[in-house]
Ligand binder design. Structure first.
Ligand code: HEC
Length: 138
């Protein structure tokens, strides 16, 4: 989304860095790029509270747990070789996750994944999976 703006010779913006003389106008490509990033952040910051105000509470546990779905299946119902997490008691999950993040439980990948979350986030994730109904006989 890069817009190239034409600025007239008399505009004060013609003094910006990286300008190209183009007959009677200047292209201030760099200036526009620099503006886009902070504006995006402001837009996102403005949007965030409106999601809450709109009466759509964000299920943080579910959102955080979504990153586990690639390997442990949707909502922890694994269809591959990894363990299902659905219905596993919260404390069991938390014990394993903190053992991973402390490097006490042998792992190929989980130690790195578990390290990426705060204890509060791990608790939310564990609560989410514990609340899922375990499927039997799949
Ligand atoms: C890239 C694939 C991948 C992702 C993503 C992933 N895991 Fe794992 N998980 C594994 C593998 C593989 C193991 C087996 C241990 C190992 O080798 O790291 C495992 C093991 C576990 C175990 C231990 C299971 C047991 O009974 O021993 C738990 C608990 C767990 N993962 C939770 C999670 C949670 C929670 C997330 C999301 C925050 C997650 N995993 C994301 C691949 C993944």
């Amino acid at each position: 989304m890069l817009s190239i703006r034409r600025v007239s010779c008399h505009s004060p913006r013609r003094r910006s860095v990286n300008r190209y003389h183009d007959g009677h106008s200047f292209l201030t490509r760099e200036t526009d790029l620099k503006l886009i990033r902070p504006l995006t952040l402001i837009w996102l910051a403005a949007l965030a509270p409106s999601i809450h105000a709109g009466g759509m509470p964000i299920d943080k546990g579910r959102t955080l747990a979504a990153t586990c779905a690639n390997c442990h299946g949707t909502d922890g119902h694994s269809v591959g070789g990894t363990e299902s997490l659905a219905g596993v008691p919260r404390d069991t999950l938390l014990r394993k996750l903190s053992a991973f993040s402390r490097g006490e439980k042998p792992a190929t990948i989980m130690h790195q994944i578990a390290e990426g979350y705060t204890p509060e986030q791990l608790t939310l994730i564990a609560e989410h999976f514990a609340a899922q109904r375990a499927r039997t006989g799949h």
